[in-house]
Design a protein around this ligand. Structure first.
Ligand code: RFL
Ligand code: PHB
Length: 389
């Protein structure tokens, strides 16, 4: 088989790139290790930057999103019984969009299907070959048969645990990593959200987040131990803990109900450099991870896709490889800033096991400064709505 761009990973990054390239007449094949149902069963991001939304529009897949998503002009920061709002609109003129990653991915799968896009599910043993010479190809097995795709370029969109990053030799690659000593326990419930905006809450018992998908679907998180498993957390225990971590006025308004999904995610900051090796390009979680506190994971994937899409379109249109040559540098420049913001938000709002009294005072001073200082709020709002591409 032959294609122009072989894409490994059928998550949001791989599908969005495939869809954008298709509309420029560039041929792709997407290889996904799991089934469509499995990919759509993962509950992840909920907040999209306008930059991401615009890419979905450019890809021609925004119809349902434009009809069903919600714009949020601000968010609430709480600590103890205090709370204050950060008004994104006032500080930046922009907003964020509430539309779940599950829905984004479903829309992209539907669009790929409608255009007869090639997505191969249940692939095994994907291997990237000859990425650093002139005959790049990908081999894999599906339903017991060995297959090979020859191509011009290979894009690794296969997430943090994929094969693409590992293909770049250790002497070329440099990984930067910080693991946090806690996770997030997330619960999805068919209940009305406790507040119209997201609430990021710091408490003596640890962090909590009140988020949502729509008027009758709420998403809540509590910081938890890495040793915990979802089975340790009955719904009752979860709701009681959440109530203790948000201001009383919020707890009083919380509508609880049975969870329809419950999962734990570890928190990590990670970046690999460079994001290109020969004909292989890395995008999204395959190249970088942020702790979810800044809602940046999917949004950093989107800026990678933007730069790579522009670079590939320029290459196929004009045989000009400048965009591709600048890809890694451009993508990383934006990613490191999102890494910084996500790290800062995580440090600001969580309880760390080794935190001293001094550290707690610093955290408190940081929160109070943010509460009182317009310039600090502007900086926070600019980062939250997303830095320019
Ligand atoms: P994905 O979504 O991990 O998709 C990678 C795909 O590649 C497949 N794959 C392979 N396929 C073929 N061969 C192999 N060898 C393969 N290995 C893996 C996998 O099956 C999978 O389908 O990466 P992608 O596309 O780069 O997308 C990244 C996003 O999923 C991620 O950054 C976000 O979910 C992060 N995130 C958030 N991002 C935001 O922008 N806003 C948020 O509000 C937000 N909240 C979150 C989040 C992530 C969370 N968790 C669970 C980590 C909240 C949470 C709790
Ligand atoms: C979510 O709704 O899943 C969500 C929202 C904001 C975050 C992280 C996750 O920072």
């Amino acid at each position: 088989m032959r294609t122009q761009v072989a894409i490994i990973g059928g998550g949001p990054s791989g599908l969005l790139l495939s869809q954008l390239l298709h509309r420029k007449g560039i041929d792709t094949i997407v290889l996904e290790r799991k089934t469509r149902k499995y990919v759509l069963g993962r509950i992840r991001a909920g907040i999209l930057e306008v930059g991401f939304v615009n890419l979905m529009r450019e890809a021609g897949v925004s119809k349902r999103m434009d009809a069903e998503s919600f714009d949020h002009d601000g968010a609430v920061i709480a600590y103890g019984n205090s709370q204050f709002g950060i008004n994104f609109k006032q500080h930046t003129g922009s907003h964020v969009v509430v539309y779940g990653q599950t829905e984004v991915t479903r829309d992209l799968y539907d669009a790929r299907e409608a255009m007869d896009g090639k997505v191969v599910f249940n692939v095994q043993d994907v291997a990237i070959n000859d990425a650093n010479n002139n005959a790049p190809n990908v081999t894999y097995r599906v339903a017991g048969n060995s297959q090979r795709i020859d191509c011009d370029f290979i894009v690794g969109c296969d997430g943090f645990h994929g094969v693409s990053r590992q293909t770049i030799p250790a002497e070329v690659r440099r990984d930067y990593e910080k693991a946090y000593p806690f996770g997030w326990l997330g619960v999805l419930s068919e209940t009305p959200p406790v507040h119209e905006e997201l609430i990021y809450s710091s408490s003596d018992r640890g962090f909590a987040l009140c988020s949502m998908r729509n008027a009758n679907l709420s998403r809540y998180y509590v910081q938890c131990s890495l040793a915990d498993s979802p089975e340790d957390w009955s719904d009752h225990r979860f709701w009681e803990e959440l109530k203790r971590r948000v201001p009383e006025s919020v707890a009083d308004g919380l509508v609880t109900g049975p969870s329809i999904e419950k999962s734990i995610a570890p928190l990590r900051s990670f970046v690999t450099e460079p994001m290109r090796w020969g004909s292989l390009f890395l995008c999204g979680d395959a190249a970088h991870i942020v702790p979810p506190t800044g809602a940046k994971g999917l949004n950093t994937a989107a800026s990678d896709i933007h730069y790579l899409y522009q670079g590939l379109a320029q290459y196929y249109r004009d045989r000009d490889s400048r965009g591709l040559d600048q890809y890694s540098e451009k993508a990383l420049a934006r990613i490191w800033k999102a890494e910084r913001f996500s790290w800062w938000m995580t440090n600001l709002l969580h309880r760390f096991p080794d935190q001293s009294e001094f550290d707690l005072k610093m955290q408190r001073a940081d929160l109070e400064f943010l509460r009182e200082n317009e310039a600090a709020q502007t900086v926070m709002a600019q980062n939250y709505v997303g830095l320019p591409y």
